[in-house]
Design a protein around this ligand. Structure first.
Ligand code: NAD
Length: 337
């Protein structure tokens, strides 16, 4: 069993912990938190050993009646790999801790690409992370874009990608985020930083992205235009995508008109936390005009990177190849709506 430590038990960390626990070849050695909040309570309820991310705060956990297994350094020392799921920029501060104990680490999309040996998306560049020490699982948006670009490049060739990302203002639990009554060009400069982030996965890709922020919490929505190297029928693209395990093609008959019904469907289907690990591509939106492909996709920002973290653990520990890992992860989680 691969012994996994999770440092930072918030939106991403708690989901990665559950996903790791569901795998046949991994175990959660412990999770580290900075504060004794509701997530610390549920970590204990679920039986995850809880470590103090900041040693001087151990007494705060004791005062809240929460047992601490030890300081985070002990957890890092004992683990085969650490998943750092702390807020943007904190992962970079934690890198020296992981180096001190010679424990390989995964970081999340909020960290700079320069921090790591390679950025990672399981479908696109699994091999680059094999035996690497420091790997960044790219952001929710970059993951969502990479999953459609990889098969398109292989099947038809991609000349240019143009994507408009309509981004949720904050996650449901982020009460301080906004806007609450506005539509923001964000960033207002064009192209946005998202395109260069996708180029950390495909270094020869021509991509321009534009970003917006809207008063929504459920999901991001991408409007995508890909100029292919050859003219194809929309039906060929639909067939290509139907074979991709992490692309869910929303069929017309489901009458899912937006992210609200998508989340409702995920909850009805019994998905934990209503998570949608796949890109949700509206099948009817897949259209072609000559070499130009268009589509809309919903990206569940809180969960699409979760299976990618699980695959990155196998890549870094050299315990499976891409196909085997993706299949194991999918089966363990129940991916494929
Ligand atoms: P979050 O704020 O929900 O969770 C972060 C957790 O880390 C919190 O529990 C916080 O208390 C804890 N923490 C803070 N400082 C710490 C420290 N020094 N040591 C250990 N834990 C510490 O954040 P999140 O949304 O889970 O984001 C984590 C990372 O994942 C960021 O890089 C973010 O950019 C990336 N990411 C977030 C999303 C998303 O939509 N939420 C999607 C993809 C990637």
């Amino acid at each position: 069993m691969i012994k996994v430590a999770i440092n930072g038990y918030g939106t991403i960390g708690k989901r990665v912990a559950d996903a790791v626990r569901a795998q046949p070849d991994m175990e959660v050695l412990g999770v580290a938190k900075t504060r004794p909040n509701f997530e610390a309570e549920t970590a204990i309820d679920k039986g995850f050993p809880l470590y103090a991310a900041i040693e001087e705060r151990e007494d705060q956990f004791a005062a809240a009646g929460l047992d601490i297994a030890g300081p985070v350094a002990e957890l890092v020392d004992a683990a085969d790999i650490v998943v750092d799921a702390t807020p943007s920029g904190i992962g970079a501060e934690n890198k020296s801790l992981y180096e001190e104990y010679d424990t390989p680490a995964l970081y999340q999309g909020g960290e700079d690409a320069e921090l790591v040996d390679t950025s990672f998306n399981a479908r696109s560049n699994f091999e680059d992370a094999v035996d690497a020490d420091h790997v960044r699982v790219v952001s929710c948006n970059t993951t969502g874009l990479s999953r459609v670009i990889a098969p398109l490049r292989e099947a038809f060739g991609v000349e240019k990608v143009r994507a408009t990302l309509v981004r949720r203002g904050g996650d449901p639990g982020q009460t301080s985020r906004g806007p609450i009554n506005d539509i923001l060009p964000d960033p207002v400069t064009i192209p946005s930083h998202h395109g260069p982030d996708v180029e950390t996965i495909f270094d020869d890709l021509d991509i321009d992205t534009l970003g917006m922020k809207v008063p929504a919490t459920l999901m991001h929505m991408h409007s995508l235009n890909v100029t292919l190297e050859e003219a194809v029928d929309a039906a060929e693209v639909r067939d290509l995508f139907a074979d991709e395990s992490r692309l869910f093609l929303i069929p017309e008959h489901m009458s899912i008109d937006g992210s609200g019904k998508l989340k409702e469907y995920a909850l009805d289907a019994g998905r934990p936390r209503g998570d949608i690990w796949e890109n949700a591509v509206w099948e009817e939106s897949i259209s072609t005009v000559g070499r130009d492909l268009y589509l809309f996709q919903g990206i569940h920002q809180e969960s699409d990177v979760v299976p990618e973290n699980v695959d990155a653990i196998r890549a870094v520990t050299g315990s499976a190849d891409a196909e085997e890992s993706i299949q194991t992860t999918n089966e363990a989680l129940g991916i494929g709506l």
